[in-house]
Design a protein. Structure first.
Length: 422
């Protein structure tokens, strides 16, 4: 996990710079594809994902080394061949993992966060799950294990294959000629994120589009069908932690409410969106019926709240990067506490972005808890060793959090956007 945290120290700033570049390009070209609050929400989701993964929170059903030891039928000797085979095997497994996530109720919960944005840009690529606590992906790597692809090769290729999926989350790149027949392109992935009937559950490939073409899930982007983004049951919140468990909560409620024992069991493994007939009739859920005529989630927010939300995102990103930088010295129990604070922080300020009345209590609590921790320990997880008076700066941040939470909880109640003013 230490090496993963070190890699994130470099990867996260790189991704953020690319997002900012896309925002700048959209502004200069007058083709802006970013909504401030949506982008803050997307980047905040990325923070929760990397913190969760860096702490190793989850249970793996079976590890790849175990499969390799018990299933390998051969060992590829040629160096370059093993890397090519390993990458293809990873991408093949990624396709089927992606397909399961779209087609089975339980697995959709771990993927819905990625589709929850009603925009399509580089930031939404960072909307990644924290609800995937049960790791089954190595099972999909059985072909690699059978061919004897070493664990080291898979371990090196996995983050490369993952990070290579970032660039095509954009509306600023058109079709790419002959590459459209080989790799996943922005055009193809726009189709994947769209909720148009023509596009739903299409283009599930991650790096190569050959899997979609082989297994019947490929769909070209059509000029006459402009993609509309989001999910058919809108998240209606900026809070990524809430989004991560919305679908799971719906499944749990339906399983509890249905009178059929069989339905209580099978609901988890039925196609995405399936509900027991008795529950569906008694507790209808309204979704998007006309994808070209629905209101995006965009509660009115003042420029001050937007700026404050960016400040909170920036502060939590800096704190998280310090956690990764000082990963070994902090120790596991300290990392859990640090990670929990970042989670509460993200929950707090995104709830404030939603203008929920209870947001003030979360913000006051986390601010006071942070100040108390500094008072008791005399430092913020060893920050003063790297930044003189660093703990004082963090203390000031906590004070801003307390007063910011109070101020925006009450000032935004009476805020009326200029275009809505009477």
């Amino acid at each position: 996990m230490e090496s993963y945290a070190t890699a994130l120290l470099y990867a996260i700033p790189f991704f953020i710079i690319l997002v900012l570049f896309e925002v700048l390009y959209g502004h200069l070209a007058k083709k802006q594809k970013h909504n401030v609050m949506d982008t803050v929400s997307s980047l905040s989701s990325g923070l929760t994902n990397v913190v969760k993964d860096s702490l190793g929170l989850g249970i793996i059903i079976v590890t790849y080394p175990y499969l390799l030891e018990h299933l390998a039928l051969m060992e590829i000797k040629t160096t370059w061949v093993v890397w090519v085979v390993g990458f293809l095997a990873l991408d093949f497994a990624g396709y089927w993992n992606h397909r399961l996530s779209h087609h089975i109720n339980f697995f959709w919960n771990q993927h819905v966060i990625h589709h929850s944005s009603e925009e399509f840009n580089l930031a939404c690529a960072l909307r990644q799950s924290i609800s995937n606590l049960l790791g089954y992906f190595p099972i999909l790597l059985i072909p690699a294990a059978l061919l004897g692809v070493p664990h080291k090769v898979i371990a090196i290729l996995a983050p490369i294959q993952l990070f290579a999926q970032f660039w095509y989350h954009t509306q600023h790149i058109g079709k790419m000629g002959w590459l459209e027949y080989i790799i996943v392109t922005p055009s193809q992935h726009r189709v994947h994120h769209a909720i148009n009937p023509e596009y739903i559950d299409k283009n599930l490939g991650q790096i190569f589009c050959i899997w979609d073409r082989m297994f019947g899930t490929f769909q070209e982007e059509l000029k006459e069908v402009p993609p509309q983004y989001g999910v058919l049951k809108p998240a209606a919140t900026w809070n990524p932690i809430v989004i991560n468990f919305q679908h799971l909560w719906r499944l749990a409620k339906d399983a509890w409410r249905t009178k059929s024992i069989w339905d209580k069991i099978r609901i988890w493994f039925m196609p995405t969106g399936w509900r027991p007939s008795d529950v569906k009739e008694k507790y209808p859920i309204t979704g998007i019926e006309d994808v070209y005529n629905f209101k995006k989630y965009k509660p009115h927010a003042s420029k001050a709240l937007k700026g404050y939300s960016i400040f909170q995102l920036t502060a939590n990103t800096v704190l998280m990067l310090f956690m990764f930088y000082n990963y070994t010295e902090i120790g596991f129990s300290g990392l859990l506490l640090f990670g929990a604070y970042i989670f509460v922080g993200i929950y707090g300020y995104t709830t404030l972005m939603d203008k929920e009345p209870y947001a003030v209590w979360i913000e006051v609590f986390r601010g006071m808890a942070g100040l108390m921790l500094i008072y008791i320990t005399g430092d913020w997880f060893g920050l003063d060793l790297f930044v003189p008076y660093g703990s004082y700066l963090v203390g000031i941040y906590f004070l801003i959090t307390i007063f910011g939470g109070i101020y925006f909880s009450y000032s935004e109640k009476n805020f009326v956007a200029p275009d809505m003013a009477s």
